[in-house]
Every structure is written in C-alpha cells, then in structure tokens.
Design a protein around this ligand. Structure first.
Ligand code: NAD
Length: 540
C-alpha cells in the first residue's frame, strides 16, 4: 500500500490556502472561499461556529456558522414566499436551470473533487462518482420532469361523460437532511427533483460536508435558481436537522435506520409524507458460472469504494462453493494491493474513514469478530501511519451469528465471506437480513441473474456490477425494502413523491342522483345495468 506522502497535484488553487509542507496548512480551505460560501447559510449576525477537520490528516478545514431552530423558521418563511412565484414559472424554464447546473458541475469538478475528498476522506475516484451522479440526476430530471408531471387524462366513472384529469401540485417546501458520506450527491440530488416539481427546499447538509454542499448551492445560483427558493441551514441533527424536517411539507431524510425511525414517527404524527433512505447490509453473490476476473474487480469496488462508507456497498459476500477457493485467492490478492492514500489525485484506490467515530465503529466490529474466532484474510488493522482514520480493506471468514459484523451495518471497508452450495441457498442467505437496500449477482447467464435478482428482497440489484449500474440508472427507482427505508429516489417516484396528486373531473349530461321522477330504487337498477354493460364492453 502507498505511504502517507501528501500530494498537491490536482488541487484547485482557490481551495488550498497555503500549499506549504506542513500538513495542517496544506489542507486548510482558503478563508475567503469559506467566507463567501458560508454567506449562504441562514443564521444570526454573530452565530456560534463549528470548526471542521479533514479526516485525511485531522487538520482544521473550515469554521462554519451554525443556525438555530429560530433561523430555520426564518428560512421557511423566505422559502414559502419564493415558492409561490417559483411554482408558477414554466417547467421548461425550471428545467433549463438544471441543464446549466449539469454543465457547471462538470466544468468545476476540480474544486468539487477537492472538497469532497477533504470533507469525507474518500479517494478521488470515489469522489468522481458523486460528480457523475449529480450530472446524471440533473440531466435526467431536467429532460424527464415535464413528462413525469404532466397532466394526465384518467378513466372517468362514466366513459365520455365523466372527464377525469390527474394534476400534480408541488407539496410546498421540502425539508432535506442528509449524511456526511456523500457530500455532493446527498446534498443536492434529492433537491433537484424537489425543485423541478415547483417546491422550495430547506437543506440541512451535515456540518462535515457543508462546504461541498455550499459549492453546489453556489453553482445552482449561478445556473439561475431564483433567490429564496433554496435555503441552507447548518447545525446538529437533533436540533437544527429536526427543526428542518419538523417544518417541512415533505420530509426527505437520508441516514441511519435508527434516526430514520424517529424521523418517520415525527412526520407520521404531523401527517406529512416522508422518504427515508437508510442503512444496508448488502449481499453480493458470485455464481458458479461467473467471469471470475471481472467478479473480483467488481467485488473490490463494491466492498471498498468510499472505504465502504456507502449505503449500497457490499458487506456480505456469498461464493458458490465450486469457485470459492479460486475467487478468494484472487480477491484476497487484489484487496491486499488496494492503494491507500490521502492524496488529492486519482492515484489512490481508497481513502480514509470519515471520522474517529467511524474508526471506532469499524475497529469494534473487527475486534469483536477476532475475539470470537474469525479468520482475517486481509487487512484488519488501522493505518495511523497514513492518516488518523485510515483502515485497511478487510476480508473476514468464519463469521458466526454471535459476531456484530454478521447482521449489523459496519459502514466501513469490511466484508464477511460465506460459501453456498446453490443459487437458492445464496438467495436465502441474502434475504436473511433486516435490511434490503442493494444486492449484486455475478453470472455469465444474465437471464439466470435476473431470476436470482427477482428473489432477493432488495430495492436495487445489479447483475455483473456491484452497485453503480442500478444506482446510476436514474430513470429507475432506487431505495430500500424492509429496514432500509421508505419511498424511492430516481425515476418517476423520485419526483412524484414531492407532489400532491389532484383529481379534477368534469361531469357532463348525466347526474349522480335520481333524475326527476325516478325513484332511488329505479335509479339503482339503471345504474346496475350500466355497470354490467361497462364490464362487458371492457371499460377499465
Ligand atoms: P445518522 O442517522 O446518524 O445521521 C444522518 C444525518 O441525520 C446527520 O446529518 C445527522 O446530523 C442527522 N440527524 C441526526 N439526528 C437527527 C434528527 N433527530 N432529526 C434530523 N436529523 C438528524 O447517520 P450517519 O451515521 O451520519 O450516516 C450513515 C448512515 O446513513 C448509514 O447507515 C448509511 O447506510 C446511511 N445512508 C443511507 C443512504 C441511502 O441512500 N439509503 C445513503 C447514505 C447513507
């Protein structure tokens, strides 16, 4: 694995204040940039501040102003005022803003990649996933939102005489709270369809990824998003995050299952809708006929991208017994050659864990398993020589039900390997989890892969890919079954969830009460005849 030498290649000059030799100075964000970005945060004139640090080195990164619940109320008032005018703007006009945003994200990716890496600790190749994802989601909804939300004629109660139309109205102001692990994706990609549908948004990114989120917001402003439509609050989850969701006309939360449950209870109590994108314990199955070279490369990516701090990353690996030894030999070798580095270049394969808490959680899972007799085939140790929270990509075998890593989400670069005797056994094992977010199947027979995928209770399943194929297919829904969430992002559901459907039906000629002179009984008999006729005529 690569050593800890910090590389300055690829850094945007405006991100780095003082590219000297001292690591602490090297990764500090230019205070002028930080000031101009944080001017967008809704807060009091002299707000309390929080100092963030980059997990790459532990060095200070930025001083962030913090909002209060009262500031959140101010943000909502401004958002509600702006939403009235925004929702009346033609859809085509709104869509053009997001096509410009798409271009800006790609053009300014250097700065975004630096900040994503500095805030989350991930490798640049993983940070690029976020840039690509944001561009894909922007393009998709800018092009498809008019179709997803257009008024639709629906079958009326009486053919021709009852003319029903389904309309889609924005909910109002959507509150979005996201986690720290995908600083760009989790800050803006859920906001894009919400805004396109005519809502205003109050966004509360995690403090740890606030700068990336604020750059994205500044690009949206530059793309032409009108003032007031997108408000940003910063602050801790239980107070400011809760205030953002507690005032929302629709709640969009991404984070752990534990927090998601309390968010859902609050939204339910207020009778507002909620989408919850929560945790996972994702399975990857390598069938006997898989292309093993591809499967090994795919599994390394599926398990260790973003150092495993990715909701859809693989933590359970099921190998058909006929190929298990051959696969494992190559997988262990590939895992041991993963290059760890805090560099802001494309030369590293894996970066750091996101925080001391993450390091503690990952180490605890591995040490608990080790104490109970697990075999560590690769990794299994922290790498303070590279950075304070680096941890080696780790493969465990001999995992038993008493070990926390078997069923609980590790949310780190740790995968548990099991052997199975058949596809059916693999499906049973994959479904033996409270979670149901993502899965992956590797086989040369795609039809067989689809049969296996259909039996797995997970919101997305990629065949011959770990997660990017299904996740990046923005036209199809993405989200969790079971304890992994409620509702979906992407596709039609990813935008219609932000709208109130309305049925407007115009009735012609025939009334729905007994016409003059007809008894109720006679009217019921006539209507019964009409119902029978409609069935015979194939009316839907
Ligand atoms: P977390 O639930 O602890 O926190 C998520 C966010 O919610 C944080 O910004 C936090 O400050 C905030 N928060 C905490 N309490 C809150 C409250 N009462 N009201 C409103 N906001 C509150 O999760 P985490 O550890 O930061 O993130 C990792 C988890 O997120 C993992 O379980 C991961 O699988 C999940 N995740 C899921 C997806 C997905 O799309 N399904 C994507 C990314 C991460």
């Amino acid at each position: 694995m690569a050593g800890a030498r910090l590389s300055l290649m690829g850094m945007s000059p405006d991100v780095i204040a003082d590219p000297g030799t001292d690591a602490a100075a090297t990764y500090a964000v230019d205070p002028a940039l930080s000031r101009s970005l944080t001017a967008r945060v809704v807060c009091a004139p002299r707000p309390p501040r929080v100092l963030t640090r980059t997990p790459m080195t532990g060095a200070p990164l930025a001083s962030l102003p913090q909002s209060t619940p009262a500031d959140v109320e101010v943000a909502y008032a401004a958002a509600r005022a702006a939403q009235r005018f925004w929702s009346r703007m033609p859809m085509e006009h709104r869509a053009r803003i997001f096509l410009r945003f798409h271009d800006l994200v790609l053009a300014r990716q250097g700065q975004l990649l630096d900040l994503i890496q500095l805030e989350s600790g991930k490798a640049r190749v993983d940070a690029f996933e976020e840039v690509a994802d944001t561009a894909i989601v922007s393009r998709h909804y800018a092009r498809r939102a008019p179709g997803y939300l257009r008024a639709r004629r629906r079958q009326g109660v009486l053919p021709l005489l009852s003319q029903a139309v389904e309309l889609r109205h924005p909910k109002g102001v959507v509150g979005i709270v996201g986690p720290w692990n995908y600083p760009l994706t989790m800050s803006v990609t859920d906001a894009i369809p919400a805004l396109l549908a005519g809502n205003a948004v109050v966004l509360r990114p995690d403090n740890q990824c606030a700068l990336t989120a604020l750059v994205a917001v500044s690009l949206l402003d530059e793309a032409g998003l009108p003032e007031g439509v997108l408000q940003v609050a910063l602050g801790d989850g239980p107070t400011v995050g809760a205030a953002v969701l507690g005032n929302a006309d629709y709640v969009c939360f991404t984070g752990s299952t534990a927090t998601g449950r309390s968010v859902a209870q609050n939204a339910g109590g207020r009778l507002v809708g909620a989408s919850l994108e929560l945790g996972g314990k994702n399975a990857l199955y390598v069938a006997h006929d898989a292309n093993l070279a591809k499967a090994v490369r795919g599994a390394v990516r599926a398990c260790f991208s973003s150092a495993g701090q990715l909701c859809v990353s693989t933590e359970r690996l099921y190998l058909h017994q006929s190929i298990a030894d051959q696969f494992l030999e190559a997988f262990v070798a590939a895992t041991r050659s993963v290059r760890l580095s805090p560099d802001l270049t494309f030369d590293a394969d894996m970066g750091s864990l996101g925080s001391a808490a993450q390091l503690e959680r990952v180490s605890a899972h591995v040490e608990d398993a080790r104490a109970k007799g697990v075999e560590v085939l690769a990794g299994g140790r922290a790498r303070p020589d590279i950075g304070p929270y680096f941890y080696e990509p780790t493969i465990l075998t001999g995992v038993t039900a008493t070990m926390a890593c078997r069923d609980d989400e590790t949310f780190g670069p740790v995968v548990c390997v099991y052997r199975v005797a058949s596809d059916d056994e693999a499906v049973l094992a994959a479904n033996d989890s409270d979670f149901g977010l993502n899965a992956s199947v590797w086989t040369r027979d795609v039809a067989r892969g689809r049969r296996i995928a259909r039996s797995i209770k997970a919101g997305t399943v990629s065949i011959n890919d770990g997660y990017a194929a299904a996740w990046g297919s923005a036209g199809a829904p993405m989200g969790g079954m079971k304890s992994s969430g409620m509702s979906r992002r992407h596709g039609s559901e990813g935008i219609t969830k932000y709208t109130e459907p309305q049925n407007v039906t115009a009735q012609h000629l025939v009334e729905f009460s007994a016409p003059f002179g007809l008894t109720h009984q006679r009217w019921a008999a006539v209507f019964t005849l009409a119902l029978r006729a409609m069935k015979r005529l194939g009316v839907r």
